[in-house]
Ligand binder design. Structure first.
Ligand SMILES: Cc1cc2nc3c(=O)[nH]c(=O)nc-3n(C[C@H](O)[C@H](O)[C@H](O)COP(=O)(O)OP(=O)(O)OC[C@H]3O[C@@H](n4cnc5c(N)ncnc54)[C@H](O)[C@@H]3O)c2cc1C
Length: 387
């Protein structure tokens, strides 16, 4: 009998388990794969993750990012220099392994190769079946990702806004890897309503394509990725390419993420940013929030986690609604908006502040709209003076 069972050792589950175990809660963390496990992910960790992840993950950092490079096929390509690091590139097998080890150090029991096959929830507690055993607990955390079993078993599997992304880990000649050192590259011309990315790792690059706004559009991502790779000169001469795809459950719509004795976190709770496709921050943050609500529940004996749901709505869903709106405008006319972005120091600063969590989408949209007349007027004056 455990106090809490957490299913899944991604950033959401490991964070919840670490906080719970550290507070003395008897916590079991289950993972179906053998650890460390590969996770299809760009491994782009924005600076704000550090604000919510109170452990040192520097041993897993493959590269530090202080620049971006933005493109629309061959039509537009420009660098974006930030005032300091806006994030890091990691490989998720190492990053998630470190987080699982930290949960174990805090006192959680971590069991890999443990595929949860069945979940039962009743008024007295929860039961999971794994490797032929039945294990009981007071509370269950569904941190089992986009296609998780816990949400389904708990009846929390609502209609979702699913996007897809496909990634290739590419071994390239050294000069090509060095070309992308310290840079996150995004090409908004490679995918309708999405982008292609190149994220540098210590000795290779991760290259991917994803569509984030019109999530239900039918796309042949493998074909789009192949086309992108063959059109990007720095990606020629690959020594090895391995493709991996996965679903992205986009946030922005009100959905139930908890019920009596059950809490969903991260991708299981559909918390991927619908504008950017970023999910690690929300995974870590929701893992921490879930732990706090569960601790309170264990003390009071009240396991109705409705306040957790309200907090998720306040912290994510509302602003993701603005992210969706921004995406609907941006991805419809990326060329025009990238040209404006290229000339706007303000928008560059907003990007930096979003990466650091100093600003949300609601504020960015409001400030941009207020500044727009002045921006266009100054550009018009420049044009008149110039010619
Ligand atoms: C191609 C791609 C690129 C991405 N790039 C980025 C990026 O650069 N930056 C970013 O912030 N986000 C990115 N994301 C999103 C990010 O990967 C996810 O949002 C994040 O991994 C969510 O973490 P999580 O802990 O909720 O779930 P996950 O990391 O998916 O972990 C869930 C875990 O649960 C385990 N599990 C599932 N079912 C069971 C079961 N029945 N029993 C036991 N264990 C189970 C799985 O094996 C897995 O280990 C990307 C996503 C994709 C698909």
């Amino acid at each position: 009998m455990f106090d809490v069972i957490v299913v899944g050792t991604g950033p959401s589950g490991t964070t919840a388990a670490r906080h719970l175990a550290r507070a003395g809660v008897k916590t079991l963390l289950l993972e179906k794969e053998k650890l460390p496990r590969y996770k299809p992910c760009g491994g782009g960790v924005t600076a704000k993750v550090k604000n919510v992840l109170d452990i040192d993950f520097s041993p897993t950092i493959e590269d530090t990012i202080a620049r971006a490079s933005v493109a629309f096929r061959d039509e537009i390509r420009f660098p974006v220099e930030f005032d300091g690091p806006v994030g890091w590139s990691v490989m998720r097998d190492k990053f998630d392994m470190l987080l699982a080890n930290e949960a174990a150090k805090a006192g959680a029991q971590v069991r890999d190769a443990s595929n949860v096959k069945r979940v039962e929830i009743d008024d007295d507690g929860v039961r999971v079946q794994v490797n032929g055993d039945e294990i009981r607990a007071q509370v269950l955390v569904g941190a089992d990702g986009a296609n998780g079993l816990v949400a389904r078993a708990a009846g929390l599997h609502a209609e979702r806004n699913l996007a897809a992304a496909l990634e290739a880990e590419m071994e390239l000649p050294n000069d090509a890897v060095e070309h992308w050192r310290g840079v996150w590259h995004l090409d908004f011309g490679a995918v309708p309503y999405g982008y292609a990315w190149i994220f540098p790792k210590a000795e290779h690059v991760s290259v991917g394509v994803g569509a984030f706004v019109r999530a239900n559009q039918k796309l042949n991502l493998r074909e789009l990725l192949k086309q992108y790779i063959s059109g990007e000169p720095t990606l020629h001469h690959a020594k090895h390419v391995a493709y991996h795809g996965h679903t992205l459950p986009l946030g922005g719509t009100l959905r139930a993420v908890s019920k009596q004795r059950v809490v969903l976190v991260g991708d299981a709770a559909n918390l991927v940013d619908p504008f950017s496709g970023e999910g690690i921050y929300a995974a870590v943050k929701s893992g921490g929030l879930a732990a706090a609500h569960i601790l309170r529940g264990l003390v009071t004996g009240n396991f109705d986690f409705s306040e957790y749901m309200t907090q998720i709505q306040n912290e994510f869903t509302r602003d993701y609604g603005y992210a969706q709106k921004l995406g609907a405008v941006f991805y419809r006319a990326p060329v025009t908006l990238l040209k404006i972005y290229q000339q706007s120091d303000l928008l560059r600063r907003f990007t930096q502040e979003i990466a650091h969590a100093d600003m949300d989408y609601h504020t960015v949209i409001g400030k941009s709209l207020r500044q727009a007349p002045r921006f266009f007027l100054s550009k018009a004056i420049q044009k008149i003076r110039g010619g």
